[in-house]
Design a protein around this ligand. Structure first.
Ligand code: PMP
Length: 338
């Protein structure tokens, strides 16, 4: 992001000439452009191969929730994808490093929410491999492309937060970590999308809103073939048993959710509750007193039923305390941006 590019391209959020077709203004490759002009090349490896990484980030009261953690995670992912080696030779030697600093990415997000007048919303930050050739070689792409979209979001219907959701267990397991680490929040989400289709397909379209299924548990298999619950298609998972909380450790193979970490390190201790990280079997999850999911978009949401198995009558009591504590933080005077 050169200073000139940012200064020249930045539209005035209050510009009366901006039409609905222009909004949201999108940061792409160093420029803030109207939606209709924010386009990527058909030779971008993000499009051709799902080659890139992304973040979903919440904005509360105009502040970027856990901004530093998201920036750290996407830069870690970019490093794992060898994006720092682009711009060198075709073997990835003598790369130029990532074209933007962490501070520039933060500023890009801040300008994007300001230009779109967003105080409660969602940011999608995307690093694609950039434009290259039709071959697989990522080092044939000289420069990653950075995109930032700031918009509004609503994931699950509001009523589900008190009623608790119904979920299913997907037949399709999570991609084994040896193939592709689930800690890599890559642009290739097909494993999760196909599992999500399994969940959506149990709906006939005539269910009452609180009976609609949107999410699924994705299993992993331990070396002895045991069914381990890691995460869902787009959320991390916790259970409550006898007043204590449990969640599988990241090492079983799942995304190191930022909402999950906020729960474990801040909210759960603040409520004087105890959480233990150990691999959870599907049996334990099915026999839990409460289940809840966490994620940037979902925040904290209870699960009342898994497949045909009833877990709790509506949202569990501890889940409710945690959900309310989460809401109190994001509606409170100090939005955590670390
Ligand atoms: N697991 C997966 C597979 C996800 O895509 C997400 C994000 N939607 C999460 C967990 C939750 O992570 P975070 O709290 O960082 O949004």
């Amino acid at each position: 992001m050169t200073p000139t590019a940012s200064a020249q391209a930045r539209p005035d959020a209050a510009d009366a000439r901006a039409t609905d077709a222009d909004r949201p203004f999108i940061w792409i490759d160093g420029k803030l452009l109207p939606k209709s002009e924010a386009v990527v090349s058909v030779f971008d490896h993000g499009l051709l191969y799902g080659d890139g990484c992304f973040e979903g980030i919440r904005v509360y009261q105009g502040k970027i929730f856990k901004c530093d953690s998201h920036i750290e995670r996407i830069f870690r992912n970019a490093e794992d994808l060898h994006m720092m080696r682009q711009g060198g030779d075709k073997f990835g030697n003598g790369g130029k490093g990532f074209p933007y600093s962490k501070a520039e990415i933060r500023s890009m997000m801040e300008q994007c929410i300001e230009a779109n007048g967003i105080s409660e919303g969602y940011i999608r930050l995307i690093f694609t491999r950039g434009e290259g050739t039709l071959g697989l070689n990522p080092f044939a792409c000289p420069k990653p492309c950075v995109i930032c979209i700031a918009d509004t979001i609503r994931l699950y219907p509001e009523t589900l937060y008190e009623a608790g959701m119904k979920v299913i267990v997907a037949k399709r397991p999570r991609t084994p970590s040896v193939c592709l680490s689930p800690m890599l929040k890559s642009l290739n989400y097909l494993n999760n999308i196909m599992a999500k289709v399994e969940a959506l397909s149990v709906n006939s379209g005539n269910e009452a809103p609180e009976d609609e299924v949107f999410e699924c548990i994705m299993l992993r298999f331990s070396e002895s073939g045991e069914k381990i619950v890691g995460e869902c298609s787009g959320d991390n998972l916790f259970i409550v048993k006898d007043g204590e909380l449990f969640t599988s450790p990241i090492e079983v193979g799942m995304l190191d959710g930022i909402t999950r970490a906020f729960m474990i390190n801040e909210l759960i201790p603040a409520l004087d509750l105890k959480v233990t990280e150990r691999p959870l079997t599907l049996d334990e999850v099915m026999n839990a007193d409460e289940i809840f999911l966490t994620g940037t978009a979902a925040e904290v949401i209870g699960v009342r039923q898994v497949g045909e198995t009833k877990i709790s009558g509506g949202e569990g009591a501890i889940t409710k305390r945690l959900r309310e504590a989460f809401r109190a933080v994001v509606m409170g005077p100090e939005i955590p941006t670390d």
